[in-house]
Design a protein around this ligand. Structure first.
Ligand SMILES: *[C@@H]1O[C@H](CO)[C@@H](O)[C@H](O)[C@H]1NC(C)=O
Ligand SMILES: *[C@@H]1O[C@H](CO)[C@@H](O)[C@H](O)[C@H]1NC(C)=O
Length: 808
């Protein structure tokens, strides 16, 4: 019995000694992959790990079936990618402060939706710029960095260049052993010491194993890849490649983590054995960016000598002597086959080539000799934290082509300018004629009801369809745009509360003049609103374009925006039933937009701030400035530019820039989360992982932990069946791909079910106002046919037909 513990100890020791370095922080992600990928003994996680958070405007997963041409073994990691259409970041909690490897894998394969080789982007980590305006080469590459992380998280940012995008195939963030990278190293010419290396970021430029042997990550305790030195070597006929891997004798420090036996056990040496008069250097040359300092590590191990005191040589960087008469035996206490390394920092120079030479020593009358086992070269970030200066340097060196491209650009600008002016003139003429016609037709069709008189003092009833209003009437209604009456300020301009002479309350949106953008949206909104009348769409009362004004008059909504009722205000909280009814109401509005006429209308800016509530808290969808006709207009590419509101944007739309109704469905899903949680879509006051509502909610949704999302105010009241039903709809709305999202019609049906499941135990409170029985009947009914909610549609149909005739 007494022997047993010793046996166990012995076995444990065996296991321990065979174990690789075990990094405290160890994030391996196969980006864009929905399953884990094993590479050797390591597992790259599917790209949905709950350990890291990803804050991103939108992302897309893509994969390829074609195999990249590469000799590396980790091909599996290049089969999928995550595409970032906007500024995005990964955040990694850091358990152990100190040095970390960051490895980024890129392979720009061609995907049906995106040719990844057109990507161009920057990557930053903490305060360092790792890549600037980077266009990955068409072969698999792994970029490796060393960062000393002194906070408890690492934030990795991806920033697409202008209209481009970023992507990533895989990534690693792993702790490195203490002491792997020193804080200071020797400099040369002049010789000295440079400190504070840990304040910089490092980028691997070259990691080379002498002796013509490639070492794959699986054979390195820190999963480093070591290149063969052969392609860097000059005058290969004066050297010999030697190996004796098993003989390497680790005696404490350096350890296997500094470099594995396959590095120390193979070497390139001067070929002097046959002829002692071969008095020459062996040299390797590496491409580097001029203007940066480099950290250079030489690995030595005398695997050839039969006895000590036989290996003396000189070491050069940039043809400058850095060590003269290096006696390897002395450095390893006369232990042969013991590893040894030296570090240097090469200060910034203007060379594009960093050369390393080993040459025979003339001291001690030694036999001419020289050996090198490995070399590592790392770029040191500059004082601004850059590891990449992007194109700035290339521009200065290719000034000729720059001038040429400026000339081309110049003529392009002139041509564009002329075209724009012509288009503008044409547009103004067209618009005048159209609006004039609008006025005439309105008057013709509806007689004098909505007609303006020359003095502009005619009272206009809200019940008619007199769309064009005299400016004087609007001024009167808003007390000459009295600031005290402002009820909202948006990108378009200010919104005033107004009262017409017949006591009708109106909302008056006054656009900022001189904004072309604004004018296009103004036109769109009038056109859309005049076409559609629906109890769940905010109605148009009129507009005014006198004196270059861009004014739209809507029905007034007593209870303002849904957003204000959910958070950030002192308004009384809505109960679950009210929230469901609002949800259903806005879904009805959108369903009508999508299906109410022959071509679908896509709202494009669905958000809680664009859902208004009337005195009975009935929801109406507002703000049609960005709306677009469906598929028909897709081909024109007039405005494929991505518009909408941050946090609500459909990721698929951002990437493909193809607009479908399903983009509205996505945004509606975000609104559903807002309604459930009572929190903002982007809430900077939250801890980083929970800033983005969709990210945060997505995590709980996927784990089925819906209760985590529920606004504490609702916790008591909400029935689990109703919640489950609601959560399922929201999750479906937020599906990555549009085709997987339900239609508004399907959503409506499910929402009605959620309302039914909640039951009628909770009576509608409707802000403690006497309830409107007609309203209640309509929300309790299970049917939601488009026709039932249309109000005055036949009139507006006639009207919109006239608009369309005129537009041809
Ligand atoms: C690398 O590892 C594999 C398997 O672990 C082994 O068969 C191979 O000999 C190793 N190569 C070197 C150069 O150590
Ligand atoms: C090796 O290179 C250095 C630097 O260029 C030079 O000074 C030295 O003479 C060379 N040695 C031989 C043997 O060529």
């Amino acid at each position: 019995m007494g022997m047993l513990p010793i046996w166990i100890l012995f076995i444990m020791c065996l296991i321990c000694s065979s174990l690789q370095f075990n990094p405290v922080d160890n994030y391996l992600i196969d980006c864009g992959s929905s399953k884990n990928t094993s590479i050797g003994t390591r597992v790259f996680m599917a790209d949905n790990s709950s350990l890291v958070t990803l804050l991103t405007l939108q992302t897309l997963f893509v994969n390829t079936t074609s195999k990249p041409i590469s000799s590396t073994t980790d091909l599996a990691l290049y089969q999928t990618a995550r595409v970032f259409g906007g500024i995005s970041n990964y955040t990694f909690p850091i358990k152990k402060q100190g040095g970390h490897f960051i490895r980024l894998y890129f392979y720009p394969f061609n995907h049906e939706s995106r040719n990844l080789s057109t990507a161009r982007f920057s990557v930053s980590a903490q305060s360092f710029t790792l890549l600037r305006d980077f266009q990955p080469p068409r072969v698999p590459v792994v970029k490796e960095y060393v960062l000393n992380i002194t906070s408890d998280s690492l934030v990795l940012n991806f920033i697409p260049y202008k209209d481009s995008f970023a992507f990533l195939n895989a990534l690693e963030v792993i702790s490195i052993p203490d002491g792997l990278i020193p804080d200071s190293a020797k400099t040369f010419n002049p010789s000295g010491e440079q400190n504070n290396l840990w304040k910089h970021a490092l980028e691997k430029v070259a990691r080379v194993n002498m002796g013509k042997l490639v070492v794959n990550p699986e054979n390195d305790s820190l999963w480093r890849h070591w290149d063969s030195d052969f392609s860097y070597l000059k005058h290969g006929n004066l050297v010999r490649f030697v190996d004796n891997i098993t003989s390497v004798n680790y005696t404490g420090f350096p350890t296997k983590d500094i470099a594995p036996a396959s590095v120390y056990g193979t070497a390139t040496k001067l070929d002097t054995d046959s002829d002692p008069n071969t008095f020459t250097n062996m040299t390797w040359s590496f491409d580097v960016d001029p203007g940066f300092s480099y950290f250079v590590r030489f690995h030595f191990c005398d695997i050839v000598s039969l006895e000590p005191k036989n290996m003396f040589f000189n070491v050069y960087i940039y043809s400058l002597s850095v060590v003269r008469d290096l006696d390897l035996s002395k450095q390893t206490s006369n232990m042969l086959r013991s590893p040894y390394y030296i570090d240097f920092i090469s200060r910034s120079r203007n060379n594009r080539n960093l050369s390393i030479s080993i040459g025979p020593s003339e001291a001690y009358n030694a036999y001419p000799n020289g050996i090198l086992n490995g070399i590592e070269i790392m770029k040191i970030s500059d004082s601004q934290g850059n590891l990449d200066l992007g194109e700035t340097r290339e521009q200065s060196s290719t000034s000729n082509s720059i001038i040429k491209s400026w000339m081309i650009l110049g003529s392009a600008i002139v041509v564009t300018f002329v075209a724009v002016v012509l288009a503008l003139v044409f547009f103004m003429i067209w618009r005048r004629r159209k609006l004039a016609h609008l006025n005439n037709s309105t008057q013709d069709k509806f007689g004098n009801k909505g007609r303006k008189s020359t003095d502009g003092t005619v009272t206009i009833s809200s019940s008619n369809f007199g769309y064009s209003f005299p400016l004087a009437v609007i001024k009167e209604a808003t007390e000459n745009f009295n600031d005290a009456l402002i009820i909202g300020i948006g990108g378009f301009g200010k919104v005033y509360k107004g009262v017409l002479r017949d006591e009708t309350k109106v909302a008056v949106k006054r656009g900022v003049p001189e904004s072309q953008q604004g004018f296009a949206e103004f036109e769109t909104e009038i056109e859309m609103l005049s076409q559609f009348r629906h109890r769940h769409l905010v109605s148009l009362i009129g507009y005014c374009d006198e004196q270059n004004e861009m004014i739209i008059i809507y029905e007034y909504m007593d209870n303002g925006t849904l957003k204000n009722h959910l958070y950030g205000s002192d308004l009384p909280k809505l109960n679950w039933r009210q929230r469901l009814e609002i949800c259903i109401g806005s879904a009805k509005g959108l369903h009508y937009l999508h299906t109410g006429s022959t071509k679908a209308i896509i709202h494009r800016d669905v958000k809680s701030a664009n859902i208004l509530l009337d005195e009975n808290l009935m929801a109406k969808v507002a703000d049609f400035g960005l709306s677009k006709n469906g598929p028909e207009m897709d081909h024109t590419h007039v405005s494929t530019a991505v518009k909408g509101s941050f946090g609500y944007l459909d990721p698929e739309y951002l990437i493909r820039q193809q607009l479908t109704e399903k983009s509205d469905v996505y945004s509606f899903g975000v609104v559903m989360l807002e309604i459930l949680s009572g929190r903002a879509v982007i809430d900077p006051s939250q801890p980083r992982e929970t800033v983005n509502l969709v990210e945060w909610a997505g995590k709980w949704l996927s784990q089925g932990k819906l209760e985590k999302l529920v606004d504490p105010y609702l916790a008591e009241e909400i029935k689990p069946e109703s919640l489950e039903n609601y959560g399922e709809i929201a999750e479906k709305c937020l599906a990555e791909r549009g085709v997987d999202r339900p239609t508004m019609g399907e959503i409506l049906w499910k929402l009605e079910c959620a309302l039914q499941l909640q039951g009628i135990s909770v009576r509608p409170r409707l802000n403690n106002q006497p309830s409107n029985s007609h309203f209640e009947d309509s929300v309790l009914s299970m049917q939601y046919s488009v026709g039932s909610d249309i109000d005055g549609v036949s009139m507006s149909k006639v009207f919109s037909d006239m608009v369309k005739t005129e537009m041809r």
